[in-house]
Design a protein around this ligand. Structure first.
Ligand code: MF3
Ligand code: CO
Ligand code: CO
Length: 319
């Protein structure tokens, strides 16, 4: 998700909910994985700092790009489902990274996070109080953890970006509620999409759902245009801000990826420059789809050809 300037958090701190315990700490990051030369790389992946060019693509895709995004989106969904089937308690997040990397590459795709702005791994794994962009490392998943797995793949010149929050073993009641309502919040946001609606309608729908359930809405990371670029010009906040008055049009492609919190949505950054955590240490969950705006709604691009996605298949704890 694109980074935004900090604004006042609209927190709904719930003091009876304990901080996630014990806190997540950085582990060891394994050495850089390779992508075979035959696989088409996004332009940033060949630059030393991985800095993408300033976004230039128009907001709407061509029919040909949209077709490619359907195929790449379906691949992202397949990779995410396969990763979820693979995850077990006791597994390191590095093992998830290796798996996602190998499955993406075997499908002829480049794992978009690898080398993006210097990001060192092929997937993001965000555990418990980690909001997003957790770097896979030697930490083992434990029963009771929740982990967001965020897969982005690049093939046929376009990206597909999707994430799910998985529950590992027996998970406490607050976390279960957080995960379930974050999934619903994504769908409230998707329900606000149609040609002629404003971008701000999406955030309003998500925020209403979150606040109704006493959950916080993270403001520092937002949904984004996606297509030939990983993060294109369009910004999609998950909170209500009427200044985001851009009108949605048919063929516009973007993500919705709400991050909701049990406590305050205020975020802090680890000194790795990536890992965003809640300041109060309480847990957070996220779900993400890549969408295309249609005349009367949204087409979810990050589903398999059979219409499946990890969000629907992994509503119960695994491993
Ligand atoms: N997939 C993330 C998103 O939803 C972006 C990850 S950028 C990375 O926008 F560099 F951290 F991988
Ligand atoms: Co995204
Ligand atoms: Co993502």
């Amino acid at each position: 998700m694109a980074k935004r300037k900090r604004r006042v958090p609209a927190g709904v701190g719930v003091s009876s909910i304990p901080a996630s315990h014990p806190p997540v700490r950085p582990g060891l990051v394994s050495s850089q994985r390779r992508v075979p030369a035959g696989i088409e790389r996004p332009p940033y992946a060949s630059l030393p700092g991985g800095e993408p060019h300033p976004p230039v693509s128009s907001l709407a895709r061509t029919p040909g790009e949209l077709e490619a995004m359907r195929r790449t989106g379906a691949l992202a969904a397949e990779v995410l489902i396969a990763a979820c089937e693979h995850v077990r308690a006791g597994m390191t997040t590095d093992a998830i990274d290796r798996f996602v990397h190998d499955v993406a590459v075997a499908a002829g795709a480049y794992p978009s996070p690898l080398g993006y702005r210097g990001y060192p791994k092929s997937v993001c794994t965000s555990v418990n109080e980690v909001i997003c962009h957790g770097i896979p490392d030697s930490r083992r998943l434990a029963p009771g953890d929740i982990v967001n797995i965020d897969v982005t793949v690049y093939r046929e010149g376009v990206h597909g970006d999707t994430s799910v929050t998985l529950m590992i073993g027996e998970v406490d009641e607050h976390s279960r509620r957080l995960v379930a309502e974050t999934r619903v919040a994504l769908h409230e946001g998707i329900g606000a999409v149609q040609a002629g609606a404003a971008v701000s309608d999406i955030g309003r729908a998500i925020q209403n759902h979150a606040w109704r359930h006493s959950l916080g809405v993270v403001r520092e990371f937002i949904g984004h245009g996606v297509g030939t670029e990983f993060h294109s010009g369009l910004q999609v906040p998950h909170y209500y801000d009427r200044r985001h008055s851009t009108v949605l049009g048919e063929g516009m492609t973007f993500t919705i990826e709400p991050m909701l919190t049990l406590g305050s949505p205020e975020a802090a950054m680890w000194d790795d420059g990536w890992t965003a955590v809640t300041v109060d240490g309480r847990r957070t969950a996220q779900f993400e789809h890549t969408l295309a705006c249609t005349s009367d709604g949204a087409e979810i691009l990050t589903r398999t050809a059979a219409g499946e996605c990890a969000h629907d298949l992994f509503t119960e704890p695994v491993g």
